[in-house]
Design a protein around this ligand. Structure first.
Ligand SMILES: NC(=O)c1ccc[n+]([C@@H]2O[C@H](COP(=O)([O-])OP(=O)(O)OC[C@H]3O[C@@H](n4cnc5c(N)ncnc54)[C@H](OP(=O)(O)O)[C@@H]3O)[C@@H](O)[C@H]2O)c1
Length: 267
C-alpha cells in the first residue's frame, strides 16, 4: 500500500472529477493503494463506471453526484460522504476542472464563461476544502492535492480565464497549507501540462480529420507549439504517479508546493 496509512482504519479518499479523464484514473489509483473512495462529478452513470472499477479492486466506492460550483450541492455531497466514511477523510483530490474558452482574448471573453471557469476550477476546490480541512485537522492527518495546470505557472494568450483559475488555486492551496500544517495536514498542487485524456485525443482526431493529416502530425505540431522538452504529452499515469507520491510516504513533509508535470515546458 502506497497511500498514507492512517491510525488503523482503512484510508478514505474523496476525488472530484472522477467521472472521466485524470480524476477517474486518480480515483482508481487511490483504490489500488488501499483507499475506499468517494467519487464526485455531475454524470452519475459515468461515476458508476468508475465505481465498478474501484469495487473490482475490493474497495468501497461512494458515488456523489454534485456540481462543484454549487455550494448547497457540495455541502450535501460531503455530508453523505462523511456519513459513508465514518467521518474520516485521509486524502482529498480536487481534479474537477474545465478549460473554458480556447483562443478568446481578455477583450473577447464573456463574463459568464470567465465566471464558469473560476467557479469550477477555484470555487469548487475551495468548497470541498472548506468542509474537509476541519475534518483532517481534527484527525491530525490528511493530504489535499489540487490539480492545477502549468498555465497556472505562466501566462497564456487566449487562456486568461483558465490561467487565472489555476494561478488562484495556488494561492488557495498555499494559504491553506500554512493554516493546516500545524495539524499535520498537507496541501499541494500538481500542475500538469497537456494530458492525453479522451477529450484531448478527440480534439486532435477532429483536427486531423479536418486537415486530412494523421493524428501523429497534429500531436507533433501541438507538442512543438508548446515547447515540450521531452516531446511527449502527459499520459494520465504521469499525473497519477505524482498524486500517489504526494498521498504516500514521499509526501509526508511536502506542503504548500506546486509540482509541475509537463515534460519540461516550465523550465
Ligand atoms: N487534460 C489536460 O490537458 C489538462 C492539462 C492540465 C491540467 N488539467 C486539469 O486536470 C484536471 C482533470 O482534467 P481532465 O482533462 O482529465 O478532465 P476531463 O476528462 O475533461 O474531465 C473533467 C472532470 O471534471 C468534472 N467536472 C467538470 N465540471 C464539473 C462541475 N461543475 N462539477 C463537478 N464536476 C465537474 C467532470 O465531471 P462531470 O462531467 O461528470 O461533471 C469530469 O469528471 C482538471 O482540473 C484540468 O484543469 C488538464
Amino acid at each position: 500500500m502506497n497511500t498514507l496509512v492512517n491510525d488503523g482504519a482503512r484510508p478514505v479518499a474523496l476525488v472530484t472529477g472522477a467521472s472521466s479523464g485524470t480524476g477517474r484514473a486518480i480515483a482508481i489509483a487511490m483504490a489500488e493503494d488501499g483507499c475506499d473512495v468517494g467519487i464526485l462529478g455531475r454524470r452519475t452513470e459515468a461515476l458508476e463506471q468508475t465505481a465498478l472499477q474501484i469495487r473490482a479492486l475490493g474497495r468501497r466506492a461512494c458515488v456523489l453526484t454534485a456540481d462543484v460550483r454549487d455550494e448547497q450541492a457540495v455541502a450535501a455531497a460531503v455530508e453523505v460522504f462523511l456519513a459513508w466514511s465514518g467521518g474520516r477523510t485521509d486524502v482529498l483530490v480536487n481534479a474537477a476542472g474545465i478549460p473554458g474558452p480556447l483562443g478568446a482574448t481578455v477583450g473577447e471573453l464573456n463574463v459568464s464563461d470567465f465566471d464558469a471557469v473560476m467557479a469550477t476550477n477555484l470555487r469548487g476546490p475551495f468548497l470541498t476544502m472548506s468542509h474537509l480541512l476541519p475534518v483532517m485537522c481534527r484527525q491530525g492527518n490528511g493530504r489535499v492535492i489540487n490539480i492545477g495546470g502549468n498555465h497556472g505557472m505562466r501566462g497564456r494568450a487566449g487562456r486568461a480565464s483558465y490561467a487565472s483559475s489555476k494561478w488562484a488555486l495556488r494561492g488557495l492551496t498555499r494559504s491553506a497549507a500554512l493554516e493546516v500544517g500545524p495539524h499535520g495536514v498537507t496541501a499541494n498542487v500538481v500542475a500538469p501540462g497537456a494530458i492525453a485524456v479522451d477529450r484531448m485525443r478527440q480534439r486532435w482526431a477532429d483536427q486531423a480529420a479536418a486537415e486530412g493529416v494523421s493524428e501523429e502530425v497534429i500531436l507533433e505540431r501541438y507538442i512543438q507549439s508548446l515547447g515540450v522538452a521531452l516531446k511527449r504529452p502527459n499520459e494520465t499515469s504521469d499525473v497519477v504517479a505524482t498524486v500517489r507520491f504526494l498521498a504516500g510516504e514521499g509526501g509526508r513533509n511536502i506542503t504548500g508546493q506546486e509540482i509541475v508535470v509537463d515534460g519540461g515546458v516550465i523550465v
